[in-house]
Ligand binder design. Sequence first.
Ligand code: AMP
Ligand code: MN
Ligand code: MN
Length: 321
Amino acid sequence: MIDLAEELKDVQSVAIAGHIRPDGDAIGSCLGLYLYLKKNYPKIDAAVYLEKIPRAYRIISGVDEVRNEIPQDTACDLFFCLDCADEFRLGAAGEFRKHAKRTICIDHHISNNGFGDLDYIVPDASSTSELVVGILDEEKIPFEAAEALYMGIVHDTGVFRHSCTSPETMEMAARLMRRGIDGSKIVNATYYDKSYQQRLIHGKALLESSLLKDGKVIFSYVPRDDMEFFGVETSDLDGIVETLVGTYGVEVAIFLYETEPGVYKVSMRSKSSVDVSRVAQHFSGGGHVRAAGCNMKGTAYGVLELLLSQIEPQLEGKDSD
Ligand code: AMP
Ligand code: MN
Ligand code: MN
C-alpha cells in the first residue's frame, strides 16, 4: 500500500501517465489520480499525459485536461506510472521515467516485474483504478475523479463480470458511487453504446470467425481494408474479443487487427484453464491470466499458427511450468 500524503511531502511537480493506446482503466486511473491531486494538493504542479483518448471515453468530466504532447522538459519530482506493464508500453511518456526524481508504479498486470523506485503491483486486483481508489481518502475524492475511476473499474472488470471482480472491487466501486456519480450513465455511454459503423464491423468479425481445436478456440481477424471501408479506428474494435470468448464451448478467443501492413495487434481472452498472459509473454507482450495481448508480424494465419502452438499444450494439459 502507498501512503500518498507521505509520498507527496516536499513534492512540487508531478507527472502521471499510463500505457500507449489507453483503455478505460489507463484513462480512469490516470485522470482520477490527477483530478484528486489537483483538488487536494493545489500547490503541486500536476499534469496527466496519455495518447489520444478514444471517443467513447470522452463523456467523462475532466477528460479535456489530459495532455497528448510530451513536453521537452520531462524533469519532475514524482512520476506516477499507472496500468503499464513495462517501460516500453509507456511510449513517449517513458521520458518521465528517465528524468523524474522518483517513479511510483501502480499496476495489476501479472507480467509487470516492477520498474519504479516504488512498485505497488497487485496482480489479483481487478484494475489499476481499484488500486488508486484504495490509496485515496474517500471523503476527498472529487466527483470528476470518482467518475473516471469508476469507468476504469467498469472496463477492466467487463462491468463487474470477469473473475477479477472481488469483494474489494465492489467496495472500491461503492466508495465512488457514494460520491454521487451516475454509474449507469458511465456504464452505458463508455462500455455498451456503439456507433452503427462499430455494429457493422463487429458483425463482420463475428460472421467471419472460425472455430478451431474442437470448438475450444475461436479466431477472428480484421484487416486494414475493412477498417478503412467502415471508417472505424482501432478502439472501435473493443469488445469483439469479449463477445467471441462468450461462445458455448470456447476456452480461448484470439482476435487480431492489422495496425500496419503485416503487423497485428493480438488480443486473447480465456474462460477458465488457459493462462493467456503466458502466451502473450512468449511473444513479448503481457497482460493477465484471462486477458492478454501482444504485437506480432507476418500473415494473419501465420500469427494464428504461432499462437496456437503456444495455446495447444495448455489446452491439452501438457504444460507443466
Ligand atoms: P487487450 O486485448 O488489448 O484488451 O489487452 C488485454 C490486456 O493485456 C490488457 O491488460 C493490456 O494492458 C494487456 N496487453 C495488451 N497488449 C499488450 C502488450 N503488447 N504488452 C503488454 N501487455 C499488453
Ligand atoms: Mn489497460
Ligand atoms: Mn488495467
